[in-house]
Design a protein around this ligand. Structure first.
Ligand SMILES: Nc1ncnc2c1ncn2[C@@H]1O[C@H](COP(=O)(O)OP(=O)(O)O)[C@@H](O)[C@H]1O
Ligand SMILES: O=C(O)C1=C[C@@H](OP(=O)(O)O)[C@@H](O)[C@H](O)C1
Ligand SMILES: [Mg+2]
Length: 177
């Protein structure tokens, strides 16, 4: 993470939201896109529409971890490199080719929410298709993902105990600096 580089650059017209499942990427992404007056893209919805099913779990149930990440990589690689706010599934950080490409046209913002705040927000992890090893806890997952989130993020936002509106204000403000 490089906190001193300018965030807003003409060659990076998109905003990519990353973070643990339940941190609010989809919830914050929509009003952030409205604020920035750009389209909102939720690649998970494109996966469901393209692969069939009503929740992502329908897509993932017959796939192993690597197969699911291949599907996720493919759909994220297809996101247009245009002004937009993109809110993929939290597992996008494992999709290296897609992340390398996002890095060429998006500012990556990490919504950092502690596990204690995520737990009550998350319903069925299986229905959400969370990429988690059998028997692993959300704490295990957060510890595994933190280095990757640090690696990919241009900006970390402390998103604990803050409303989506407050987060939109902060992200839009930081992008305008
Ligand atoms: N800032 C927030 N404060 C309180 N609840 C939130 C906040 N952001 C999201 N939520 C709630 O948490 C749940 C997960 O949000 P979601 O946007 O689906 O997260 P993600 O896309 O990161 O998995 C939803 O029920 C949503 O209403
Ligand atoms: O973090 C994860 O392993 C996942 C989180 C889910 O998305 P959200 O982060 O939007 O909950 C899911 O759709 C994704 O593909 C897998
Ligand atoms: Mg989401």
């Amino acid at each position: 993470m490089n906190d001193s580089a300018p965030l807003r650059r003409p060659d990076r017209p998109a905003v990519l939201l990353i973070g643990m499942p339940g941190c609010g990427k989809s919830t914050v992404g929509k009003p952030l896109a409205e604020r920035l007056n750009v389209p909102f893209v939720d690649p998970d919805l494109l996966i469901i529409a393209g692969e069939g099913g009503t929740v992502l779990g329908d897509v993932s149930e017959n796939l192993d971890r690597e197969e699911f990440l291949e599907v996720e990589t493919r759909y994220n690689l297809a996101v247009p490199s245009e002004p937009s706010v993109v809110a993929p599934g939290g597992s996008v950080i494992y999709c290296t080719p897609a992340m390398e490409r996002f890095r060429t046209f998006a500012v990556t913002v990490w919504l950092d929410v502690p596990v204690e705040a995520l737990e009550p927000r998350l319903g069925c992890l299986k229905e959400r298709a969370v990429v988690i090893a059998p028997g692993a806890t959300l704490h295990d997952l957060a510890a595994e993902r933190r280095p990757l989130l640090e690696q990919w993020a241009d900006l970390r936002i402390d998103a604990a105990d803050r409303s989506p509106e407050a987060l939109v204000d902060e992200i839009a403000g930081r992008l305008a600096e």
